[in-house]
Design a protein around this ligand. Sequence first.
Ligand SMILES: Nc1ncnc2c1ncn2[C@@H]1O[C@H](COP(=O)(O)OP(=O)(O)OP(=O)(O)O)[C@@H](O)[C@H]1O
Ligand SMILES: [Mg+2]
Length: 428
Amino acid sequence: MASIEMKNIVKKYGDGFPAVNDISLDIADGEFMILVGPSGCGKSTLLRMIVGLEDITSGDMIIGGERVNDKAPRDRNLSMVFQNYALYPHMSVYENIAFPLRLAKTPDDKVDRLVKEAADVLELHEHLERKPANLSGGQRQRVAMGRAIVRQAEAFLFDEPLSNLDAKLRGQMRTEIARLQRRLGITTVYVTHDQTEAMTLGDRVCVLRKGSIQQVASPRELYEQPVNLFVAGFIGSPPMNFLPATVDGATLTTPFGTIELDEKRAAAVAGHELLLVGIRPEYFEDASLVDEAKKHVGTTFTAKVDVTEWLGDQQYAYIPYDAPDAIRTQLRDLSRELDSEELRTQAIVSIDSTSRIREGRDAEFWLDTRKVHVFDPETGDNLTRDAEAGAELTRMATEDREEQVAEAAGGLTGERSGSGAGTGSTAA
Ligand SMILES: Nc1ncnc2c1ncn2[C@@H]1O[C@H](COP(=O)(O)OP(=O)(O)OP(=O)(O)O)[C@@H](O)[C@H]1O
Ligand SMILES: [Mg+2]
């Protein structure tokens, strides 16, 4: 296992286009790092440079403390798990997992031991004699991971491994990959454009836009303290709402009434004429369901509801609002860049599933104003970001990870030295 350090990595393809533009990123030993961003932002290119399938135009790629720019892929000892798992259909699961060991002319008894250990971890024991064609998509993925495990690779690299699967299987595989990565403690870099995968799998997430890093942080920091409009709009589903606002002292005027900012945030937005206020759907509530005692930390307003969606455990209401042309254009461009349909000039608000708010009528809403962020529409910068609070969230996530990895390592060693082989899936 190894850390991966990237220093000022640039990739220019033949036509001079910088697909990856000056990326510096440190991935810790055992960390699960996600590369996320819209199509064409350079995710696959970056991953392929780590494995060695793509030349690096400039910068340093350092794996396990050693510069590998000029090393061939096979000498980097990394394991890439592709979307189409590249299993050999005529070989049994056992031989598929054993494949890299056979290539390396490993003695039979060692092959047998490594394959069986991997099969234990992956719960593939009862399938070892079967052919890949007879396995489920999830099982096939595990076989591919088994092959990576027996090679004792320094790191796992995944490029959108789940994008071909249906939603249900994708959910299962997501959990499975997360669990395995924790148990094995292998450094992992995982490319996706799916923000749900990014949020649920990663210790940290690196958000890319047009070949450049926007923000690297724990999922929670990205969600609570995004650096700009792009990250704020990308992370979260349904996405953050962006309302136009004007400012006078500490008072923001929005289409949904006024918002009072605290001193620190008021100072941060002073001097701007037009602003964008970022409000997550869950900061809203049906005003009739909010405790009187709590109401004073927010603001109450009346608006006409266009559509409601009742989903059983929650409910969404869509509220259209007016925005100046400049903001309209800005939001449309952002929405196009994010490959999203949803950042239109209507707010999506999440309200309690018991709410009786109905479509086509005026309703009273309450908005918790404590967590709203204010953005500069010109630059996209988050003017009210609390960098310290954000760093604290990522620090906590890193601590949790280190604890989990230590526990998992203890569990695995216990299993190996223990008497019964068993499946030993409890690592605690
Ligand atoms: N072989 C190539 N020659 C020239 N340009 C390329 C080549 N491969 C990729 N590019 C360009 O580099 C940029 C980044 O491509 P890359 O495949 O890394 O994007 P991506 O983030 O993985 O996107 P997706 O989500 O669609 O897979 C794109 O603009 C793409 O057109
Ligand atoms: Mg790609």
